[in-house]
Design a protein around this ligand. Structure first.
Ligand code: TXA
Ligand code: MG
Length: 356
């Protein structure tokens, strides 16, 4: 049975108190709310209510063994749900919060099984978004929320996509426009020494190293391997993928060679940074000098690809430091780790569309 979904317009930087109250009432009644964070939209429910959290899995078609992040609005909220490894951690977290950093901590008994999915840990973050913070604080409970997309689809960075994809599946959607980052939070495991990066994201590794010292970076966090033995359970599932065939070019040189050809005629969409991809058949993602902007446009570009008439798409590689680490991780996953040369692209495009 589809749910009746209320769409509530709300300014994410300066929300109307009535709009906040409507969402909090749904959370406290055990319902589900799609709300903006600074990274991507989240699909939230009362993080202390097992039955409410189970609705998140149904709404997203999410496998039950993939745990949820608890979103908090103050450091005090942390105390009930997690055990800190030492007293310095609080201050270090205050350095990044509110902001796009999720940390793994030892959980307390208060955390429902649906949230931790059988792990001894709980993932926690304080989002840097005024509507999200006010919603959590008005609810008075941590809000459990994965990204608001259907499982395996790209994360949602624009409320219009949330309305398109999730109407009838949740109780309320905040129509609050575009999120500011566009790539999900960085996940850092603080239960190990040194701390371990589980997912590259909107907080850079370099900034984490300044505050936490040395950090172990797993291959899975780089996105260079797809692990079957999940360090972060979510890693074993297909993620962020457009439905159309999508490939990473093996080098910038090959990408430029391909651009010299008439791609539109071949049904190939080229995606890349403005400076590299200036032709008509290019979907321009922003400047190489502002990778945050590229990250911001990436998921909506995947969705645009699926709505377009193109048969397939290619993207060029980005430098893998700073914000580029998260971008390349998402591209590797979205392309299913398929790296391709100009010759191979032409071979594919030359065959009938059915084989693409
Ligand atoms: O930016 C974000 O982090 C967004 C916004 C909505 O906050 N949320 C998000 O949630 O990306 P989700 O569920 O799509 O990704 C969270 C990842 C999943 O891969 C999940 O497996 C992992 O975090 N995770 C959550 N709890 C965990 C735990 N206790 N142990 C290991 N991994 C965990
Ligand atoms: Mg997700």
């Amino acid at each position: 049975m589809p749910l009746h979904t209320r769409i509530v317009k709300a300014d994410q930087d300066n929300p109307d108190p009535e709009a906040v109250k409507s969402g909090a009432a749904v959370i406290l009644a055990g319902g589900t709310v799609i709300f903006p964070t600074e990274t991507v939209y989240g699909l939230g429910a009362n993080g202390l209510d097992q039955d409410a959290c189970l609705k998140i899995f149904t709404a997203k078609n999410r496998p039950a063994d993939n745990p949820l992040i608890l979103h908090i609005s103050s450091l005090e909220m942390l105390d009930g749900i997690a055990v800190l490894p030492d007293s310095s951690v609080r201050q270090r977290l205050a350095h990044f919060w509110p902001g796009p950093l999720t940390v793994l901590l030892e959980k307390t008994d208060v955390v429902p099984a649906a949230v931790s999915a059988g792990q001894p840990t709980v993932a926690v973050r304080m989002p840097d978004n005024r509507l999200a913070l006010e919603l959590i604080s008005a609810s008075g409970v941590p809000i459990a929320a994965p990204s608001a997309n259907l499982s395996t689809r790209p994360s949602i960075t624009d409320s219009q996509d949330a309305v398109r994809e999730m109407s009838g599946r949740v109780d309320l959607i905040y129509d609050s426009g575009k999120t500011s980052f566009g790539v999900e939070s960085t996940i850092l495991d603080l239960t190990t020494t040194p701390p371990r990066l589980l997912r590259a994201g909107s907080t850079t590794v370099e900034s984490l190293q300044e505050v936490f010292g040395s950090i172990e970076i797993s291959d899975a966090a780089r996105g260079t391997v797809e692990s079957n033995v999940a360090i972060t359970p979510g890693m074993k599932y297909r993620h962020y993928a457009p439905e159309k065939p999508f490939f990473l070019m093996n080098s910038m040189e090959d990408f430029r060679r391909l651009l010299d050809l008439d791609l539109g005629h071949l049904g190939i969409l080229a995606m890349g940074a403005d400076e590299v991809c200036s032709k008509d058949q290019c979907l321009r993602l922003g400047s190489m000098n502002d990778l945050r902007q590229v990250g911001h446009n990436l998921f909506s570009a995947f969705r645009e690809l699926d709505r377009s008439d193109f048969n397939m798409a290619v993207i060029h590689p980005f430098p893998e430091n700073g914000y580029g680490l998260a971008i390349m991780n998402r591209i590797r996953k979205a392309t299913g780790h398929r790296v391709i040369t100009t010759e191979e692209v032409l071979e594919l495009a030359g065959n009938s569309n059915q084989t693409l």
